[in-house]
Design a protein around this ligand. Structure first.
Ligand code: FES
Length: 279
């Protein structure tokens, strides 16, 4: 590995709005575990943003991040090419996924959450679990990491909102079917839009199936200093970036998380408009 620190080794588009970057970061790759994230700054004037790691290789000294180009910073990320470098990269941050042999684990993921789901499924499989993966997206062209997840799963179910591939409907429909069929499910892991994780947690609660969700609160420092990523779990305040990002889905206050994640929408819109106007 001869790339400079934080140099982009490979840049590619997974969909028109989703960028995958493999970045030289040997010190992070050496310690990274499934479920963790990094904080990065694209350039010296940029904001810090958290991104989950979709992959990491201590051997190559690289980590892989996947970003949905939705705001100014992620759109800037989408313009980077191999050979460019990030201004800063900090990690691995957050608590890793608890890797135990639960028995049968159902992993449910949607949208950009599938990038984080891949190393989680791979690691839980390695820990001896039977892995059932349920993945979803708006349409077949927006499905990411399908092949990778299929390779590390014992069963894979694909869902699309428009029916262009697999089940026409939501990932929760498939999980409900498995529960109704009385399939053996010892643990559920969900990552994706807040509403999806909330629906999954509500579905498994009456059956007492322990359900872990990976939350995405707004982060500033990512190291427990600012309090921006506060979430309420079991009626208590938790710090998403150091206590999480994974929590017991049956205890998360999803309404509070939804409201807190909307608090900078106006500012984000202004920033994005000025960036797009400036291009
Ligand atoms: S992002 Fe600042 S405390 Fe978590």
């Amino acid at each position: 590995m001869c790339a400079n620190m934080y140099e982009i080794v490979k840049a590619e588009k997974l969909t028109p709005d989703v960028t995958r970057l493999e970045i030289a970061a040997p010190h992070i790759a050496k310690k990274a575990m499934a479920g963790q994230f990094v904080m990065l700054t694209v350039d010296e004037h940029g904001e810090r943003i958290p991104l989950t790691m979709a992959d990491f290789s201590a051997e190559k000294g690289t980590i892989t991040i996947v970003a949905l180009e939705i705001g100014k910073t992620t759109k800037k990320l989408g313009t980077l090419k191999a050979g460019d470098s990030l201004f800063s990269l900090v990690g691995p941050l957050g608590m890793p996924t608890e890797l135990k042999n639960y028995g049968t684990v159902v992993c449910v993921g949607g949208g950009i959450g599938l990038a984080l789901m891949y190393p989680v499924v791979r690691s839980l499989k390695k820990a001896g679990n039977r892995m059932i993966s349920i993945i979803g997206a708006k349409n077949k062209d927006l499905l990411i990491y399908e092949d990778e997840i299929e390779k590390v799963s014992d069963e894979l179910y694909v869902c699309t909102d428009d029916g262009s591939k697999g089940h026409h409907g939501f990932v929760s429909d498939v999980l409900k079917r498995l529960v109704d069929e009385k399939r053996k499910i010892d643990e559920v892991y969900a990552v994706g839009p807040i509403i999806m994780m909330k629906v999954i947690a509500n579905l498994t609660r009456p059956y007492n199936i322990h359900t872990v969700v990976s939350l995405n609160p707004i982060m500033v420092d990512g190291t427990g200093m600012c309090g921006s990523c506060r979430v309420i779990v079991d009626g208590k305040t938790k710090i998403g970036c150091v206590d999480g990002p994974e929590f017991d889905g049956h205890k998360v206050d999803f309404e509070n998380l939804t409201a807190r994640n909307r608090r900078y929408l106006a500012e984000e819109e202004i920033s994005l408009r000025s960036f797009m106007g400036a291009k």
